[in-house]
Ligand binder design. Structure first.
Ligand SMILES: Nc1nc2c(ncn2[C@@H]2O[C@H](COP(=O)(O)OP(=O)(O)O)[C@@H](O)[C@H]2O)c(=O)[nH]1
Ligand SMILES: [Mg+2]
Length: 323
């Protein structure tokens, strides 16, 4: 309303008279205004000001511009709540009225909401990077993908796995270690992980795989938290919470609260290729101030990982996939 009144004043002057008001779908407001009556003369001609992002109809009303309608549909299709959609569309309409195309404006506003993730500062010491998260979300695969990225940027890396619980889990990581020709340490518990860290002093990054635990398995989560805390005393440790975009809001919520005890610095969002509704996970990150560092969109360890960025968030929200 304040916005509409300001625009009315800019068209008809400070003394503009409001004849009528109506709200329109999507939270806009339409004002009928008239010029101030001239001293000794008749009232000015009625003018109707189109709310931002709207266009006038021949019947004298207003409808939203096709671009805004399309952006709204796309955002809703990506799983965003209508509350978030309107939060995005408000500033989009403002930019649009300044001549920015609605899609470009949306990408800009989404980029402002989802900030660029920070990367840990390189200190020259061994960095330990552990992936944690529920069963089957893609921890081991993501670790292999991170290994590929790090190797490409010339880092010396080694793997360690604490997932000695599930049959075949060590072999899965061993297979990646062999293909990538990097060493693999197998650690049964915190003490062995600490030894692996001490032994990996010549490497830049030690990538640590962990056993997937149900968010309800608080006992084992506490054990993992203790093990990682212990390891953290031997090197700089960053824990990444791996979450699947294909899991629903409730599963995300359960994982977030259960894994908070591990104090993850950031999240890896996997399986964005298995859903068109990655907006659910992104909105969830926004709500809890969780930083997403990487987005994964397939099983190929050589290409299906992307550093999270404002433009990739916009891709996911506007097209349902990473372009
Ligand atoms: N479509 C798709 N599948 C994935 C992705 N990441 C992992 N997977 C698959 O999910 C399954 C479980 O992955 P895994 O890394 O073993 O999960 P973990 O139990 O968390 O270690 C495997 O079949 C992976 O190939 C992804 O980004 N997209
Ligand atoms: Mg695994």
């Amino acid at each position: 309303m304040e916005d509409a009144l300001q625009r009315a004043r800019s068209v008809c002057g400070e003394d503009a008279v409001v004849l009528a008001q109506e709200t329109i779908a999507g939270g806009g407001v339409t004002l009928s205004i008239t010029d101030p009556p001239k001293v000794g003369g008749a009232a000015g001609k009625e003018k109707r000001i189109a709310p931002r992002g709207s266009i006038p109809t021949p019947q004298g009303g207003f409808v939203e511009s096709a671009d805004i309608v399309e952006v709204r549909q796309r955002l809703l299709a990506s799983g965003c709540s209508s509350l978030l959609v309107e939060r995005i569309l408000g500033p989009v309409k403002r930019l649009q009225s300044q001549g920015v195309h609605a899609i470009d404006a949306t990408a800009k506003i989404v980029g402002r909401l989802f900030k660029k993730p920070t990367s840990p500062k390189a200190s020259g010491n061994l960095r330990v990077l552990a992936v944690v998260g529920p069963t089957g979300v893609g921890k081991t695969t993501s670790l292999a993908k991170l290994a590929v990225l790090l190797l490409r940027s010339g880092r010396r890396i080694a793997f360690a796995t604490m997932d000695t619980y599930r049959v075949g889990a060590v072999d899965q990581l061993r297979a990646y270690a062999e293909v990538l020709q990097v060493p693999l340490f197998v650690a049964h518990g915190g003490e062995e992980l600490a030894s692996a860290i001490d032994a990996a002093g010549d490497f830049d990054v030690l990538l640590v795989d962990t056993a997937g635990r149900s968010p309800l398995d608080t006992e084992n989560l506490m054990v993992l938290a203790r093990d990682l805390e212990r390891a953290g005393k031997h090197a700089e440790l960053d824990t990444y919470l791996v979450l699947s975009a294909a899991s629903g809001k409730d599963a995300l919520e359960r994982a977030r609260s259960a894994y908070a005890v591990l104090n993850p610095r950031s999240a890896v969002l996997t399986k964005v290729d298995e859903t068109r509704e990655s907006g659910i996970a992104l909105e969830f990150f926004l709500r809890y101030g969780i930083e997403a560092s990487f987005l994964c969109d397939g099983q190929d360890v050589n290409k299906n990982i992307h550093r999270a960025s404002p433009s990739r968030f916009a891709d996911l929200l506007l097209t349902g996939k990473i372009q």
